[in-house]
Design a protein around this ligand. Structure first.
Ligand code: SF4
Length: 256
């Protein structure tokens, strides 16, 4: 007689649990169309301008199974599908929980939804090919091409993100690059020009979102008893934002 141990059975993908900070519907910022966005809890970076420091700790989230997330998304399936939207896994950092993220993305594909992964790419090595196969679009947040600036802004190096960007390019995986323009932190013109050249060389970057810094979230820092690194930083002017968009368009990219 053969004894089969329950633990030897792989969990059904939808049964994989994750730590979820929140979920929401959004339009225009988390991929094409109206999206069901699930924000995972936990992030290894500490971006100085982060709007959501309350997502940093993995334990800040509620335990949910991928099936529970997909049941929520399924309620809006027709609405978001009709609007050319889909499902986005964001964070925090979704690749801190790759099995959960993979299960949610794969399940969303089974529901017939367009899927997007919003990531800093710092943990890109944790995304296996199955996860990327279930991802129609990667929203890749590159904080700076300059290693020193990236470290100053995030507390971590940029090399893993750039390696992930190259891997996506080799897979010809559609990507939107996202760049947050923070005066005094990420506005070095040479660094931006280098980033634009790098992004253009990849061949899979469909568009670049230049996101002006805004001190949203400052109140969350004080509520958490944290200093806000961007206190006193003012949002960039429209002319500054236009100049940065032009740097990307000059490199042959679509920048919005
Ligand atoms: S990667 Fe995103 S969630 Fe993490 S610290 Fe940076 S802005 Fe915040």
């Amino acid at each position: 007689m053969t004894t089969v141990l329950a633990s030897a059975q792989p969990a059904a993908p939808a049964a994989v649990n994750g730590s979820v900070h929140s979920w929401d519907l959004s339009t225009g910022v988390d991929g094409p169309g109206t999206r069901f966005v699930v924000f995972t809890a936990g992030c290894p970076l500490r971006c100085v301008y982060c709007h959501n420091p309350d997502t940093w700790a993995g334990r800040s989230g509620q335990r949910m199974s991928a099936a529970e997330v997909l049941a929520l998304a399924g309620r809006y399936r027709r609405f978001i599908g009709a609007a050319g939207g889909g499902l986005t896994v964001s964070g925090g950092e979704p690749l801190l929980q790759p099995a959960f993220t993979r299960a949610v993305l794969a399940g969303a594909k089974e529901l017939g939804l367009h899927t997007a992964l919003d990531t800093s790419g710092y943990l890109g090595a944790r995304a296996d090919d199955a996860l990327l196969d279930a991802t129609d679009l990667v929203l890749l947040d590159i904080k700076s091409f300059d290693p020193a600036i990236a470290r100053r802004v995030t507390g971590r190096g940029i090399a893993p993100t750039l390696a992930f960007a190259r891997r996506l390019a080799a897979r010809r995986q559609p990507a939107w690059l996202r760049f947050v323009l923070v005066p005094g932190w990420t506005d070095d013109p040479d660094g931006i020009a280098e980033l634009a050249r790098f992004a253009a060389s990849l061949g899979n970057v469909e568009r670049v979102d230049v996101l002006p810094f805004h001190p949203l979230g400052a109140a969350k820092y004080s509520a958490l008893g944290l200093d806000y690194p961007c206190a006193g930083v003012t949002p960039p002017s429209a002319a500054q934002v236009s100049r940065v968009r032009a740097a990307f368009t000059d490199a042959g990219l679509l920048a919005v």
